[in-house]
Design a protein around this ligand. Structure first.
Ligand code: C2O
Ligand code: CU
Ligand code: CU
Length: 553
């Protein structure tokens, strides 16, 4: 791997450092078969001992996987780490067993071989480990890579797409160092580990400290990914020039949104276009994170860690710091010089298409923040043996998320992309009106989003969680199963389940609300102890009762 590091002095704050290093551009990897090896590595970040790292096919990060919508892909991931891991394809709509969540752990020298058809829209996704208790460790040590999905709709737009030249991947991370070691915490509570992680004072762009990149005098596309374990970045240009956001997490926006700042929480992505046509050749500017403008209670602001230990001092908190130096060079041979007027055909799901509303509360508990179902009780931390939610295959759901804590939390859900309906009752800003899989929620804010759960049912559970990785590791996470099956409370007596949603109280409701081909299971209510019979619904059919079982023919 050709990461060159020329650091002669330890730059605690890169504001003070004038020395720069070329940006590392991860190599592209094309499919349909992707061979990845997770390995231990080492990088000379500072003078003195080298730093132990982890990477895919190299010392840190991983190749950028290029996938085409509609293509069947196969990923072969070999674990050479010497410890268990998983790999999750963040944002992609795949079956639970291919999703790489905590259930899909594989051990040293084992391989994980998920295969799926790419069903998502053109956008920037990413992959990273997701082993319960070890996600922060493995990601912070370096395991993260970008996925670029391409499709015909995106290809039809006049956009920069020469990778590394006018289409530039930018993975933003801040790393906590304890001497030459990158710190991490492991396990429940604060567990064990190698030191505090709130002193993430070293910013890296694509694994490079104080990185610089040449950009041609034309429209340049940056694919921004916040791959940090907890820090929020508030990206803007050092001359406050306007740029255009064209994509959110899971697809292009309807039209470019002019901005001078784009705020990204851990896990979030944004594609932006910057028009450098009018900058003189040889001029320089910076991409910066304007953390001084972040509201307090957001991680990265001057006072954003809630009551997190050792939050301050950290020179990045509340500071405006450089994240990438840009050197303007002459244009390429056929440059893109205009910002498109429209992007994609974005069709949000209408609010009235939802048949279920699910309410969650972010609350604090003795073990750390949790996601629960009531404002009063701190819902238990993540438990493998408890399925928090059952979603019916084919349903469109509204999720209503209440943050009762004094800290922002970026909520992420697997399996689906969602559309934000409202923030405290108001429409979201224009750059949040496309497909999303992470949403940041402020203290006392209520966010409602809508999503359709189609294609994949049963099998390995999916996760939802806070994408602040130490929160996730401490159990600010739940799991859900998308059921092909429908459950009916046989002998419902009016008191057991007040809800008319799944599990349904009557067969009539179950049939009415289930897609054809569903199976109906009867749950004993405790008075009757018979085994649940199974029936398959065909909505065109007649329902008959035969020998105590209900058969729909
Ligand atoms: Cu980016 Cu559940 O993960
Ligand atoms: Cu994910
Ligand atoms: Cu959180």
């Amino acid at each position: 791997m050709k990461i060159k590091l020329l650091i002669a002095t330890i730059c605690i704050s890169n504001i003070l450092c004038s020395q720069t290093n070329p940006l590392y551009i991860p190599p592209l990897m094309y499919g349909p078969i992707y061979n990845l090896e997770m390995m231990n590595g080492s990088v000379q970040y500072f003078q003195g001992p080298a730093t132990s790292t982890m990477g895919f096919n190299g010392n840190v990060l991983g190749p950028t996987l290029v996938m085409n919508a509609g293509e069947l892909v196969q990923l072969n991931v070999l674990n050479s780490l010497g410890e268990e891991t998983t790999v999750h394809w963040h944002g992609l709509h795949v079956a639970g067993e291919d999703d790489g969540g905590p259930w899909s752990a594989f051990g040293p020298n084992e391989t994980y071989n998920p295969s799926f058809t790419v069903e998502d829209k053109a956008s920037t996704y990413w992959y990273h480990p997701h082993l319960h208790y070890l996600t922060q460790k493995q990601v912070t040590l370096g395991l993260a890579g970008m996925i670029i999905v391409k499709d015909a709709e995106e290809a039809a737009i006049n956009l920069p797409r020469t990778y590394g030249v006018d289409d530039i991947p930018l993975i933003m991370q801040s790393k906590p160092f304890n001497g030459s070691f990158i710190s991490y915490i492991v396990g429940p509570g604060n567990g064990t580990g190698t030191g505090p992680i709130n002193n993430d004072a070293v910013f890296m762009m694509n694994g490079i400290i104080d990185a610089e990149q040449s950009v041609p005098r034309q429209v340049v596309r940056f694919r921004l990914l916040n791959g940090a374990h907890q820090r929020v970045f508030n990206v803007g240009l050092s001359d406050n020039a306007t740029f255009y956001q064209i994509g959110s997490d899971g697809g292009l926006l309807a039209a470019p949104v002019p901005l001078t700042r784009v705020r990204l929480a851990p896990g979030e992505r944004a594609e932006i276009l910057v028009n450098f046509s009018n900058y003189p050749e040889g001029s320089q500017l910076f991409l910066k994170s304007y953390a001084s403008e972040l509201p307090s209670s957001i991680w990265g602001s001057s006072n954003g860690g809630g009551n997190a230990a050792n939050y301050n001092p950290n020179p990045l908190n509340g500071a405006n710091f450089n994240i990438l130096k840009l050197n303007i060079i002459n244009p390429t041979l056929s440059p893109v010089v205009t910002i498109p007027s429209t992007c994609a055909n974005v069709i949000p799901l209408p609010e009235n298409s939802a048949n279920v509303t699910r309410i969650k509360y972010f609350t604090s508990s003795p073990t750390g923040p949790v996601i629960g179902t009531s404002p009063a009780e701190a819902g238990p931390p993540f438990n493998f043996n408890f399925i928090n939610d059952y979603v019916q295959l084919g349903d469109t759901e509204i999720w209503e998320l209440h943050n009762t804590m004094q800290q922002y939390h970026p909520f992420h859900i697997h399996d689906i992309q969602f559309y934000i309906l409202s923030r405290n009752g108001n429409l979201p800003p224009l750059n949040e009106r496309g497909r999303k899989d992470v949403v940041s929620i402020a203290p006392n804010e209520v966010v409602r989003f809508i999503a359709k759960f189609d294609n994949f049912g049963e099998g390995v559970p999916y996760m939802y969680h806070c994408h602040i990785l130490p929160h996730e590791d401490k159990g600010m996470m739940g799991q859900f199963i998308v059921k092909k099956n429908v459950y009916v409370n046989k002998n419902f007596n009016g008191a057991e389940n007040g809800s008319l949603t799944n599990p349904y109280n009557t067969l009539f409701e179950a049939v009415n609300n289930s897609p054809g081909g569903s199976t109906i299971n009867f749950i004993s209510n405790g008075i009757h102890n018979e085994a649940p019979p199974t029936i398959v619904i065909d909505k065109q059919a007649i329902i008959k009762l035969i020998n105590g079982q209900i058969i729909i023919k």
